[in-house]
Design a protein around this ligand. Structure first.
Ligand SMILES: Cc1cc2nc3c(=O)[nH]c(=O)nc-3n(C[C@H](O)[C@H](O)[C@H](O)COP(=O)(O)OP(=O)(O)OC[C@H]3O[C@@H](n4cnc5c(N)ncnc54)[C@H](O)[C@@H]3O)c2cc1C
Length: 291
């Protein structure tokens, strides 16, 4: 049984040489040395402990919607959270495990008539990834509706939202401090019209197809997409990776992009924007593996 992993070695319970490309939203990248799909907190924690014991780098992945995996792959353990997907509610709170998708969370809110998280509609992400990234949209951040986060730190530890270090696309969580679950504080009344309006705005303003969402973070006094557009870089391409013509902060995979194409394009954009506006853009997308 996976729950009894105890002191088992990674080689005993992980998949080996696991292809990551099709698991990522962008659709590029190589293989992971190991992959594991824990189904509960015990096997999640046991995998993390085994990785530490064996000195293997660890990457906790939700929907892999914000990662660019190197074409050379990842020489470590990729832990996919999709199977930890219980969701429940009570006492004005929704409790969702890290692998619950934003779509499922919203559907649950609709069914239970709970409001406040509608702004997350259409983000192709997991609860764990959104908490770790402090995902946000339309002027709101997920931290504004989080009451607490349960992290894997040896065992599972509950951290009240104030102790989660939330700031713009940032938190204390990540592969070094994985999120097992999150508790949302919501109010009565799901606003279906708002959720639909937000999905419609996404369809209008964001490109279709394979992308990793916003490539760069916005600054205090600029929108990254606006600077990229003003630098004339819309539709600029390297190999199969191109700056979207719909929204310049999105890089799209035209079908055959490699991670190296995307990375080269990112460096090119940074160089051009720096030369034109003196602004150093900072990536929101997370790199996995060696580039
Ligand atoms: C079409 C599109 C639209 C998007 N729109 C938005 C948007 O409006 N707003 C926004 O903020 N983002 C947006 N994104 C980016 C992305 O969806 C978010 O960053 C999201 O939070 C990533 O969640 P994920 O589950 O895919 O995480 P992944 O991409 O799998 O991982 C992202 C980071 O989170 C870490 N992580 C994942 N799960 C856990 C966990 N359980 N514990 C600890 N760390 C973890 C990973 O190690 C990695 O560093 C968009 C992406 C796409 C493709």
């Amino acid at each position: 049984m996976i729950e009894d992993l105890g002191s088992a070695s990674l080689g005993e319970f992980c998949l080996r040489d696991f292809p990551l490309k099709e698991r990522t939203a962008f659709g590029a990248g190589g293989r992971a040395k190991y992959a594991f799909f824990p189904e509960n907190a015990a096997s999640f924690a046991a995998c993390i402990a085994a990785a530490k014991r064996e000195g293997e780098p660890l990457a906790v992945l939700g929907c892999a919607s914000n990662v660019l995996v190197s074409d050379r792959g990842f020489d470590g353990v990729a832990v996919f959270t999709a199977k930890m997907n219980a969701i429940s509610c009570g006492g004005g709170a929704v409790y969702a495990e890290c692998g619950v998708s934003a779509a499922r969370l919203l559907e649950f809110c609709r069914l239970h008539d709970l409001g406040g998280a509608e702004f997350l509609s259409g983000i192709p992400a997991s609860v764990g990834g959104m908490a770790a990234m402090n995902a946000g949209a339309f002027g709101r951040e997920i931290s504004s509706v989080l009451r607490a986060v349960y992290a894997v730190d040896g065992g599972v530890k509950k951290l009240p939202a104030e102790e989660c270090g939330f700031s713009y696309r940032c938190s204390v969580f990540g592969s070094a401090l994985p999120v097992f679950a999150a508790e949302f504080s919501l109010r009565k009344g799901f606003d279906g019209r708002l959720a639909e309006r937000i999905r419609a705005m996404r369809r209008e303003r964001q490109p279709e197809g394979r992308t990793f969402g916003s490539t760069f973070k916005n600054g205090k006094d600029y929108f990254a997409g606006e600077l990229i557009e003003r630098a004339g870089l819309k539709n600029c391409a390297v190999g199969g990776a191109a700056v979207s013509g719909v929204h310049a902060n999105f890089i799209v995979n035209r079908g055959n992009a490699t991670a190296a194409d995307a990375r080269e394009l990112i460096e090119y954009i940074k160089k051009k924007v720096k030369a034109r506006f003196g602004v150093t853009l900072c990536e929101e997308v997370r790199y996995l593996g060696e580039f």
